[in-house]
Structures are given as structure tokens and as C-alpha cells.
Design a binder for this molecule. Structure first.
Ligand code: AP5
Ligand code: MG
Ligand code: ZN
Length: 214
């Protein structure tokens, strides 16, 4: 399989926000395990039911569930030239499993201090049609209630985007996910990006990394 890119970072770092640009630059499809789990939940599948309690509590869904989901997704034809992983892997076990099934060329870590995360997450909304990501103050739609990207007029807020759940998600990030940064650094794959700046500036820095990687 051709090489894949990993977007890494805490909840609210801007992974989903930056993914669109990377997809346009590379042509690789975005694989967001969070989006896949939410779709399963909305469709009422067994996977969705299994994931629900973990997601609502801000905890990670068990590794075997996530790894099975990724293995299946990577068999689809659009994944054959490599993909953009968003929010996966999130544990060392997931990274080890991934290393068996895909070739990762770069891990882009978007760094944002904890003190910024709650305001980002609690102001987030997304387009109900195309999943474009917005923020009440930092990145509102140009016309209130109308998606810039597709013109759809139904916006959604995530069930886990409340202050209490965000704090659990941050704690899961620090204990289970953050150690992966040094795991990838030891493999010379990690590139750190300052995510605490304007969305366009973050995008420009990521684009420079991607172009170098292509
Ligand atoms: P997931 O959907 O992956 O959520 P997350 O990691 O918590 O990340 P977010 O989607 O909240 O943040 P983001 O980095 O995409 O930020 P965004 O661009 O939206 O996972 C949800 C749950 O699913 C997990 O808790 C877990 O239960 C489960 N799960 C998923 N994957 C799993 C896995 N691999 N293993 C186990 N469990 C898994 O931006 C956030 C807001 O900030 C937006 O409003 C945006 O407009 C704004 N913003 C973005 N960039 C900027 C900027 N530079 N300046 C100001 N505002 C900005
Ligand atoms: Mg996201
Ligand atoms: Zn839209």
C-alpha cells in the first residue's frame, strides 16, 4: 500500500478542521474513527451501540473494536493509494497494529495547550450534510446557519462536546494517547505543528510538511 499520513493531537486540536486541506493536497481520503463511530451510532448498528457508552463518557473505545474497523476500511478501493488518518491511532497497541497493515510516512502532531481546548470544543458545530467544522467565535459560517462548503442549513453539535466530557477526553488523551508522540518520534515520523495560532497559519505549516512528504 502507498504511504499514509496520521493527524495526531488532543481533542479540539483542529484535526478535522485541517483534514479537508490535506485531502485536497494529497487526494488521499480522510479516515476519522470518530466520524465512523458517530455514523455507526446514528445508524443504530451493533458497533454504534458498543461504542456509545465509551464516547458519552469521553473514554476510548476498546482497541480491538477500532483496529477491526480500520482493517475493514482499508480494504476499500479508495484506500489503496494511502489515506489520511484523523484521530487514529490513539494507543500504542493501535499504532503497532497499524504498522502491520499500512505504511505511515509522516505523523503531524497539532499541539494546543489544555487551556484552549474547552472553549474550542464547547463552541464547535458541524454541517449536518458535509461535516465541515465551524466555531461560534473562531470560525463561524459566512452566513449564519448556512454551510460555506455545501449550502446546507442544518448544523449539528456533538453529544460529547460539553465541558464535563471534554475533561474526560483530555485525561484519556494525556494518559493513553500522548505517549504515542514519542513512540513515533523514535521512528523519525513525528512533526510538531503549533496549533495555537490562526487556522490558516496552521494549515500553511501543515501544507509545507505535506508537500515535502509527497
Ligand atoms: P473524535 O471524533 O476523534 O474526537 P477528538 O479526538 O476528541 O477530536 P475532535 O474531533 O473533538 O477535535 P479535532 O482535533 O478534530 O478538532 P476540530 O477540527 O473539530 O473522537 C470522539 C470519540 O470517539 C473519542 O472520545 C472516543 O470515545 C472515540 N474514538 C475515536 N477514535 C478512537 C480511537 N482511535 N480509539 C479509541 N476511541 C476512539 O476543531 C475543534 C473546534 O476548534 C472547532 O470548532 C474548530 O472550528 C475550532 N478550531 C480548529 N482550529 C482552530 C484554530 N487554529 N484556532 C481557533 N479555533 C480552531
Ligand atoms: Mg475531529
Ligand atoms: Zn456542508
Amino acid at each position: 500500500m502507498a504511504s499514509s499520513i496520521v493527524l495526531f493531537g488532543p481533542p479540539g486540536a483542529g484535526k478535522g478542521t485541517q483534514a479537508g486541506n490535506i485531502v485536497r493536497l494529497t487526494g488521499k481520503p480522510q479516515i476519522s474513527t470518530g466520524d465512523m463511530l458517530r455514523a455507526a451510532l446514528a445508524a443504530g448498528t451493533a458497533l454504534g451501540l458498543e461504542a456509545k457508552g465509551y464516547m458519552e463518557a469521553g473514554q476510548l473505545v476498546p482497541d480491538e473494536v477500532i483496529i477491526g474497523l480500520i482493517e475493514e476500511r482499508l480494504t476499500e478501493p479508495d484506500a489503496s493509494d494511502g489515506v489520511l488518518f484523523d484521530g487514529f491511532p490513539r494507543t500504542i497497541a493501535q499504532a503497532e497494529a497499524l504498522s502491520e497493515i499500512a505504511d505511515v510516512s509522516v505523523v503531524i502532531a497539532i499541539e494546543v495547550p489544555d487551556s484552549r481546548i474547552v472553549e474550542r470544543i464547547c463552541g464547535r458545530y458541524t454541517c449536518g450534510n458535509c461535516s465541515a467544522v465551524y466555531h461560534d467565535s473562531f470560525n463561524p459560517t459566512a452566513v449564519e446557519g448556512v454551510c460555506d462548503n455545501c449550502g446546507h442549513t442544518e448544523m449539528k453539535r456533538r453529544a460529547d462536546d460539553n465541558e464535563e466530557t471534554v475533561l474526560s477526553r483530555l485525561s484519556a488523551y494525556h494518559t493513553q494517547t500522548a505517549p504515542l508522540a514519542s513512540w513515533y518520534d523514535e521512528r523519525n515520523l513525528l512533526v510538531n505543528i503549533n496549533g495555537d495560532q490562526d487556522i490558516d497559519l496552521v494549515g500553511g505549516e501543515i501544507a509545507a510538511v505535506i508537500v515535502f512528504d509527497l
